[in-house]
Ligand binder design. Structure first.
Ligand code: SIN
Ligand code: NI
Length: 317
């Protein structure tokens, strides 16, 4: 089945202006990163993976808190089936992430399906990197709808330039984070940017410290979105100085201690400059980088400890 999937390993021609916009604003939209036809081929496998994901919320909408109402959140779909793995490991996407950040290689932090249900609530303003024990600002989230998505279904809104403010404090996704960051955005006069609509395969990218939110879903349709989170290869694990960061280390960076390279068995290198181009036709569905022996040149000395814990992603850790 896998070899009949579209090949997502080719290079996408990213506009120079997109890179400038991303570095200035902390977010950018890349139209047509995948075609609608490509997305349609991957969607059934991604939906199957999202159904099978054990984290899928079963409680009715009205019994959930603000965070729970915002979306169904299913992660590491790439571990569920080959279709999801080919999509999440797509070298085309990872290369854009690397080019936007200006780094030579990127690793996978994790993927998440974020499905905003009909009548699903708004996503409060927040910073993603508050949750991540990653000692770098070179982190980025790809956010790609699998279906035509309008503002009424819950599109992303970004506060331009907010990434340069860095860590804005202990605000988990909640009504409190929404109030605090709405106030801060007004106080600092930050510009707020939102698209009117995105097509399947269009993608936005936002940096880990960029403030963002999303509107509620006022339609009868599910807002189906896939996200993939990348960080620069060579990044070290940061301090586990918050329960959320300890949780994230345990789930995404297992086996890696603070100060060590963030290069655990669930963090394959998905793009590395040079090697990718020299391997034409390299299969898109291969766990690219995860199975290579020596640490990449971009990895600092010491990458071995976590890297030693690497397994083939098809194995159960
Ligand atoms: C959303 O999809 O509503 C929010 C995504 C994010 O917080 O990155
Ligand atoms: Ni977020």
């Amino acid at each position: 089945m896998n070899d009949r999937l579209p090949d997502l390993s080719d290079a996408f021609a990213l506009r120079a202006a997109a890179i400038e916009d991303y570095r200035r604003d902390g977010h950018v939209v890349v139209p047509g990163l995948a075609t609608a036809e490509e997305v349609a081929r991957f969607r059934p496998g991604l939906l199957r993976a999202s159904e099978a994901a054990p984290q899928r919320e079963k409680k009715p909408l009205e019994e959930r808190d603000t965070y729970g109402k915002a979306f169904l959140q299913m992660f590491n779909l790439w571990r569920q089936n080959e279709v999801a793995r080919a999509f999440v490991h797509a070298r085309r996407f990872a290369r854009v992430a690397a080019e936007l950040m200006g780094v030579t290689a990127v690793r996978l932090y994790h993927d998440q399906a974020l499905f905003k249900e009909p009548a699903g609530g708004a996503t409060p303003w927040h910073q993603d990197q508050f949750y991540w024990p990653l000692q770098t600002a070179d982190t980025v989230t790809l956010w790609m709808p699998l279906v035509p998505t309008t503002r009424e279904m819950g599109l992303m809104t970004f506060a331009s330039g907010s990434q340069s403010l860095g860590n804005l404090g202990d605000f988990a996704i909640s009504d409190a984070s929404h109030r605090e960051f709405e106030r801060l955005i007004a106080e600092k006069g930050l510009q707020v940017a939102a698209e009117a609509a995105l097509a399947p395969g269009d993608a936005s990218f936002h940096a880990g410290w960029t403030l963002h939110s999303a509107s509620s879903n006022q339609t009868d349709a599910m807002r189906e979105v896939m996200t993939i989170i990348y960080y620069a290869d060579g990044t070290l694990v940061g301090p586990l100085d918050h329960p959320n960061r300890r949780f994230d280390r345990d789930v995404w960076l297992r086996g890696c201690e603070p100060g060590e390279p963030a290069a655990g068995p669930l963090n394959p290198v998905l793009y590395e400059r040079g090697e990718a181009e020299s391997r034409p036709g390299f299969p898109a569905a291969t766990a690219w980088g995860a199975t290579r022996g020596p640490p990449s040149p971009a990895s600092p000395p010491g990458a071995r400890r976590c890297a030693r814990a690497r397994r083939r992603p098809s194995e159960t850790p």
